[in-house]
Design a protein around this ligand. Structure first.
Ligand code: FAD
Length: 473
């Protein structure tokens, strides 16, 4: 069986000949670095976070500013080349790279400006959540971001964005106030609720389909130290069943993610659990710190606790708990879906497949998207499934190429078992490369409006290295 993720061995990649004179003109136009296959830095520059994607772009440009982004977008459009935009580079389907096209790498664009009086932050497109959390935490402020600090703000926000603050503050895209964008026709525009409103609507959930976002402006919330951490339990259906009930009634300031995984050798977990399948709840109380212990207590009582690490900590720290377990260079394959209600059958399917979680790096995560996420009107943003209760991702991760087949199979079989108990669509940021045929169902009733906006802003589909919303004609 050939998986799309396995199909791009370097030897098979076409060697694209770029026009010498066009590259010379581009070189003269950019202040950043151009890296072609002969360049000493090429091997390193072509790597992305997921080691499954061994692709060979014809050109990689490390942009040094908006002027470079304008030049690269115009170059790729004129030359008819595929353009992969790389924010944090965490796309599991590998959309931060491509074979034979241009990679526009934004990772040197990491400027952040916090405006504490207005509770706003503006951050450039190459920032990670760790950088953003660090900058805003200095002012006792934060916005919803990802649960791993090395993930890019760009891809995560454009797909929707969920994390420990989403029950309280909404999705990352709900906190987007404005965005600076380079469009496919090489224009620079600022969009917001009152300017280029359609583009702004589409960016909030529609992924990287509509342009290169050079900077994001977010609303911030008062978040200082939080009370939280991880609680581990044996794999039992009742624990997930109780989690579903308790989180539904919990205050919005209690964020939590439910996980099935295989226990890493963590110091607070007795040795007999190491390497065993476990359930875990990662909790994050962002309300008054003295109420934290009481707020988290119902999650500690979900079942017999195998081990726990719960404490007061600065908010950015909770978003680093998985960092060490998930470094760049692992091989990864994910599939996801949305769930309105976890039925007994769905819970049984979880327990069955989670008990066979193949590696300690792999896990199945159920991220609640209730509370403030449900308070946003469904038509307000392109993010479509506001009435779901959980976004589920079966996240396979493993170190060795030899184990590709077995791990991909585990994810696919698990996902197939959940499918009858899930919604048609899922969260674009939890999809695999072979989920292109699900894009329409991911957007449900919003899809036709997205197609219309795509047709207006990118009629030639320059931005197609993504879960692609195809323009008309
Ligand atoms: P990239 O690979 O750089 O880009 C992803 C997509 O966005 C590509 O299509 C790319 O072309 C496009 N893109 C990137 N930058 C720009 C830009 N500036 N303008 C326009 N398009 C752009 N998701 C959550 O919601 N919550 C989580 O807690 C969470 N945790 C994660 C943890 C890990 C370890 C990983 C690997 C992923 C996680 N995700 C999470 C999923 C994450 O949202 C996606 O992988 C997301 O695409 C990553 O964004 P990136 O900028 O790092 O990726």
């Amino acid at each position: 069986m050939t998986h799309p993720e396995l199909a791009t061995a370097p030897a098979a990649a076409p060697r694209v000949r770029l026009s010498e004179s066009a590259v010379q003109r581009l070189r003269a136009a950019v202040r950043g670095e151009l890296i072609e296959p002969e360049h000493a830095a090429y091997e390193e520059a072509r790597q992305v976070y997921n080691a499954m994607h061994d692709r060979r772009p014809a050109l990689i440009v490390h942009a040094a500013g908006v002027a470079d982004i304008l030049a690269v977008v115009r170059f790729a459009a004129e030359q008819g080349l595929a353009l992969a935009v790389r924010g944090g580079g965490h796309s599991v389907p590998g959309f931060g790279t491509c074979d034979g096209g241009v990679v526009l790498d934004l990772r040197r664009l990491r400027g952040i400006r916090v405006d504490p009086a207005r509770r706003r932050v503006r951050a450039e497109g190459g920032c990670t959540w760790g950088e953003l959390d660090h900058a805003t935490n200095a002012f006792g402020l934060a916005t919803t971001g990802g649960v791993v600090s090395t993930t890019g703000i760009a891809g995560l926000t454009l797909g929707g964005g969920m994390g420990y603050l989403s029950r309280r503050c909404g999705l990352s895209c709900d906190n987007l106030v404005s965005a600076d964008v380079v469009t496919a026709d090489g224009r620079f525009v600022t969009c917001s609720e009152t300017r280029e409103e359609d583009l702004f609507w589409a960016l909030r959930g529609g992924g990287g389909n509509f342009g290169v976002v050079t900077s994001f402006e977010y609303r911030l919330h008062q978040v200082g130290d939080i009370y939280g951490g991880a609680i581990f339990f044996p794999v039992e259906g009742d624990i997930l069943r109780s989690f579903q009930d308790r989180i539904a009634g919990a205050p919005r300031k209690l964020g939590a993610v439910f996980a099935f995984t295989k226990a890493a050798p963590l110091p607070f977990l007795p040795a007999e659990w190491h390497g065993k399948p476990v359930c875990a709840v990662i909790a994050c109380w962002s309300g008054a710190i003295e109420r934290g212990e009481k707020a988290v207590a119902p999650l500690r009582r979900l079942g017999p606790v195998a081990g726990a690490f719960i404490d007061r900590m600065p908010y950015p720290q909770i978003n680093t708990l998985f960092d060490e377990l998930l470094p760049a260079g692992l091989r990864q394959y994910w599939k996801g879906n949305f769930v309105r209600r976890l039925t007994d059958e769905a819970i049984a399917a979880h327990v069955d497949h989670a008990a066979r979680t193949p590696t300690i790096e792999s896990g199945t995560f159920l991220v609640p998207i209730d509370g403030a996420c449900h308070a946003v009107a469904p038509e307000a943003t392109a993010f479509a499934t506001r009435d779901a209760r959980f976004s589920t991702v079966i996240a396979g991760a493993w170190p060795d190429r030899a184990d590709d087949e077995a791990n991909v199979r585990w994810v696919r079989e698990y996902w197939a078992a959940l499918r009858p108990h899930s919604e048609e669509g899922g969260y674009v940021n939890f999809m695999s490369a072979d989920d292109q045929d699900r894009v329409e169902s991911n957007y449900g009733g919003h899809y036709q409006r997205l197609v219309a906006i795509k047709s207006r802003y990118d009629p030639a589909n320059l931005f197609r290295v993504n879960h692609n919303i195809r323009p008309l004609a």
